[in-house]
Design a protein around this ligand. Structure first.
Ligand code: AG3
Length: 280
């Protein structure tokens, strides 16, 4: 058999990952982006959007568990959750593990991503069958503007902040999110890697601090995202976020009470990231 390779086209990383693959299972151009599903011997299936690998079946938990469980465990009783993006369903699956959640709304602009995930990624898309899940195909930036005092937790699970996902990292958007959250709501978004995207992280953290009284940054090691030391920015109206405020009873591979605490950077290093004394 001849080797075939998929060369990632990551617009932000100064390095390009090359995956040996055995098969391309799906390839199309939706209304918004190029979608590709490929089979890799090491990683399982890969979901690729506009040339960037969004997830692999083997390591997706390193991303989805932290993005969902850190904000949800920092909240005493998350009932109403909004996910912007995340059409593959991975974040939704984790959110629905919380029995307190009564409703999880997923707003992904691209219907085709949800369809592709239902067909090719059954372990990720399992949550779409849950009666608590509501799927809306609209622009998340616009959707959130219609709500006031509505959600306990809002999560952004977007592609890289280039092109149509860029608006989801702006101060205006954070203000809409703040308005859509209840008085003790919590917001989290994926915010790229410390090594390759430090300026972006600093800018997002600064903008978030103008909107939320409590702002922090937590990390997970994600082996397939170039930069690897991946960050998530969190803004909270009231609850401290550095430790879970409830017992962790969800079934996970990596996230736990200890890992929640460990995912936050030590205060002194976090400060040095933001004030520029940590330089690359
Ligand atoms: N969304 C974030 C992917 C970011 C990858 N970026 C990169 N490698 N430059 C993942 C969606 C999974 N639900």
């Amino acid at each position: 058999m001849r080797d075939i390779f998929f060369l990632e086209r990551d617009p932000y990383a100064p390095i390009r990952h090359c995956y040996p693959i055995t098969k391309v299972l799906y390839e199309s151009k939706s209304e918004y982006q190029e979608i590709l599903v490929a089979e890799s011997p090491e990683f399982g299936r890969l979901l690729v959007l506009d040339g960037v690998v969004q997830l692999d079946e083997k390591y997706e938990f390193t991303y989805h568990e932290f993005l969902a469980h850190v904000p949800l465990h920092a909240h005493p009783n998350p009932e109403n959750v909004l996910i912007i993006g995340g059409g593959d369903g991975g974040t939704l699956r984790e959110v629905l593990k919380h029995s307190s959640v009564k409703r999880a709304v997923l707003v992904d602009i691209d219907k085709e991503v949800v369809e592709v995930s239902k067909k090719f990624f059954p372990t990720l898309s399992s949550g779409f069958k849950d009666p608590r899940a509501i799927v809306v195909h609209e622009d998340g930036y616009k959707y959130v503007q219609d709500y006031t005092d509505e959600f306990d937790v809002i999560i952004v699970d977007s592609t890289d902040p280039v092109g149509f996902a860029h608006v989801l990292t702006t101060e205006e958007f954070f203000r809409y999110v703040h308005k859509a959250l209840k008085e003790d709501g919590i917001f989290t978004a994926q915010t790229e890697s410390i090594y390759y995207h430090l300026d972006m992280i600093k800018r997002i953290q600064k903008d978030l601090s103008r909107v939320f009284p409590i702002v922090d940054l937590f990390v997970s090691n994600i082996p397939i995202y170039a930069g690897y030391w991946w960050t998530f920015s969190i803004g909270s109206k009231k609850h401290p976020v550095r430790q879970p405020c409830r017992k962790v009873s969800v079934q996970t591979k990596l996230y736990s009470e200890d890992m929640h605490r460990y995912s936050f950077l030590p205060e002194s290093f976090y400060k040095s990231l933001l004030d520029g004394s940590f330089k690359l």
